[in-house]
Design a protein around this ligand. Structure first.
Ligand SMILES: Cc1ncc(COP(=O)(O)O)c(C=O)c1O
Length: 430
């Protein structure tokens, strides 16, 4: 498969053109989906290029090729989810190895790292990657793998990829970056020095909230071979249909990321100017602690932001309930705007102490700002802020008549539900 090159073409051109005209059977412009499980051998000594779809599939390979082109990697492996992609990278570690990871990462990543480290799969050290002494700490810890998630979920903090990769070289550590929040159109971690890039394709790459998928992109052929081997070995490879959908989504990613970023900037500025908002986290704001670094590292600041409201959890609930254009749901990166309460939703898997240590408070709200009309989004946020601010002390958000004991029952019933659903604490608020 030939690769489009970012030295020759802009990433927007690659996103639109990648994989087109690759069908030699009927000359279809857009490649067909190969749903087949298996492929015929002409005879026992001549295996076909594709034999079994867990190992390799033509549609999935087109997506992998597209991701390698967009990230500037030697190759990519498409997985069944973002978590499968993260878990795949962990296959490189042995029980003697040390993984250093950000203390404020996505809740699912936090849970996976913690649970595998507890089983002895590797040694784990949580680190504050924004501390002044991060280089010194890495030199002392001598990790085998450094995990970055930048911008981080949900606090949108920015780690200095170049600086960390330079230090990593001194101790022979691999560096992997989760680039889910910005997509390859927003940031190129491999060009800044990482060895691996990980994506939840579920988010901006697919962009339409109708697929769960992930990917690992490697800088070198050697790492790519290892990752692809583990993907086949552990059976985490992605489906052809999902791959087709993501490839389709990628065609409009250049336009979407621009609109997400412009809308998020406007919403962030509005929130920052509002008296009922305590603090706004968005790298495009000049008072973001890593604004300068973000301007150097990002091509776009993306559509993700978080903020703390004043008042109590009742005010947060009133605000979320009052929004009309932001749906209360997990996930991010789709065309539609979403709101979430990280403490009880996306980061519910993170113990409360770890949440507080990371800076995830009960007042924190996260927006995935969509590509709707900017003025409509602003008007919606403004009216919801007015509702939240006008809630009297001690007043509930008014959306439930349940007695406290009934709500306790509700909490018990949902206690064992998957953390990717509305959490017990939030269900109780509703
Ligand atoms: C930054 C980040 N990485 C990885 C994941 C996991 O991706 P998936 O849900 O596709 O498994 C998520 C999910 O929200 C995420 O936000």
């Amino acid at each position: 498969m030939t690769k489009l090159n970012s030295q020759q073409y802009d990433l927007a051109t690659i996103a639109v053109q990648t994989g087109l005209n690759s069908d030699s059977n009927h000359n279809s412009v857009v490649a067909p989906i190969y749903m087949a499980t298996n492929y015929r051998f002409d005879d026992m000594t001549q295996p076909p290029q594709y034999d079994y779809s867990r190992c390799a599939n033509p549609t999935r390979d087109l997506l992998a090729n597209a991701l390698a082109e967009l990230e500037g990697g030697a190759g990519a492996t498409v997985t069944s989810s973002g978590m499968a992609a993260i878990n795949l990278v962990l296959q490189l570690l042995t029980p003697q190895d040390t993984l250093v990871a950000p203390h404020d990462c996505y809740g699912g990543t936090h849970r996976l790292f913690e649970s595998l480290a507890k089983k002895g799969a590797f040694k784990l050290v949580w680190l504050n990657f924004y501390a002044d002494d991060v280089e010194q700490q890495l030199l002392t810890l001598k990790p085998n793998l450094i995990w970055l998630e930048t911008p981080s979920n949900p606090l949108v903090r920015i780690a200095d990829i170049k600086k960390i990769c330079k230090t990593a070289k001194l101790v022979n550590a691999l560096v992997a970056a989760d680039n889910t929040f910005l997509s390859p159109l927003g940031q190129s971690p491999l060009a800044l020095g990482t060895d691996i890039v990980v994506h939840s394709n579920t988010k901006y790459l697919n962009g339409h909230s109708d697929v769960v998928s992930g990917a690992v992109v490697c800088k070198s052929e050697e790492l790519q071979e290892q990752i692809a081997w583990w993907a086949n070995n552990t059976g985490v490879t992605g489906s052809p249909f999902d791959s087709y959908m993501i490839l389709r989504g990628i065609r409009t990613l250049p336009l979407r990321i621009k609109q997400h970023s412009a809308n998020a900037q406007a919403v962030a500025e509005l929130l920052q100017a509002h008296e009922f908002v305590e603090k706004v986290n968005y790298p495009g704001l000049s008072n973001h602690p890593q604004h300068q670094l973000a301007n150097e590292q990002h091509k776009f600041h993306g559509g993700m932001l978080s903020f703390e409201l004043k008042g109590t959890e009742n005010n947060v609930a009133a605000f979320v309930n009052a929004l009309n254009l932001f749906t209360l749901a997990e996930s991010l990166g789709g065309t539609e705007s979403l709101v979430c309460h990280p403490g009880t939703m996306t980061h519910a898997a993170m113990p409360e102490e770890a949440q507080l240590e990371a800076g995830i408070t009960k007042q924190l709200v996260r927006f995935s700002v969509g590509i709707e009309d900017k003025s409509d989004l602003i008007a919606d946020v403004l009216q919801a802020l007015a509702v939240a601010a006008n809630l009297k002390d001690g007043e509930s958000d008014g959306s439930t008549n349940e007695s406290p004991s009934k709500l306790d029952d509700l909490v018990d019933e949902t206690e064992n539900s998957a953390s990717c659903r509305l959490s017990p604490a939030l269900a109780a608020l509703w």
